[in-house]
Design a protein around this ligand. Sequence first.
Ligand code: ATR
Length: 277
Amino acid sequence: MKRACVIGWPIEHSRSPAIHGYWLDRYKIDGSYTKRAVPPEEIETFLGALAAEGLAGCNVTIPHKEAAFRKSDEREASAVAVGAAITLWLDDAGRLCAANTDTYGYMTYLADQAEDWSRRDAPVSILGAGGAARAIVYGFLEAGVGEVRVFNRSLARAEALAKDFGLRVKVLPWDQRSRASTEAAVLVNTTSVGLKGAGTLDIDFTDFHPDCIVSDIVYVPLETALIREARRHGLRTVDGLGMLLHQAVPGFERWFGVRPEVTDELYDRIAADIEAA
Ligand code: ATR
């Protein structure tokens, strides 16, 4: 039996077991995917013992993403760009391999929901400069976007991000996030603002280009205030749940040998779970 899990501290609220459990059932795989609470002082030992524990790999969440990256032997470009790993697997030689599948999850769902997002030669606006922002900035740069504008409450953190990613990334003051985004092809919220209804980003969509796509990586609630406001202005929107589902695909394939599909049924099942919580 093949086994994988998600590790974090705490871990109770992870939805990954429901996602991977759905696919294990759907593809009738003899495997398991569980949650493991791993305290920070045990992360090194835990990762060193993956093979001994019979695990093919794991997903990693807060606060272990950076430690997992440091501990890995092989790193995909996405993990290097972010400095953090969220999907780990052992290769045939027993080496620990790391990817940051947020990049894949975000870009795949964006293309799925709005395949023409890059049609206009326009900048992309990113709100936030944390780990999720890095994964998404990297995705847009890889996709060939000419200018990525980063807005962050603390300017220094945005400047540090821009320094790592080069001249196509421009830092703008947080208070210009509406005004300097009117021509944007895509505007993405990568901050935690709006999570469980807390806080508001105060974006004024009035003068936005009608083809701008507004996306939010927050998925609790499914329709955040940002998404609702963008829709009210007639803009197309992309929610955060699809990114979560798509980022799970590469790990499942590595551990269980089947490339799983993000079906409407899976989306509806996890959406219902979020709404019931
Ligand atoms: P993640 O790894 O999920 O990106 P993170 O590294 O903690 O999480 O980053 C959180 C992001 O949300 C940061 O950009 C943070 O802004 P600061 O760098 O200024 O802290 C942003 N953020 C959190 N709360 C915010 C708020 N109330 N207003 C604006 N930005 C906020």
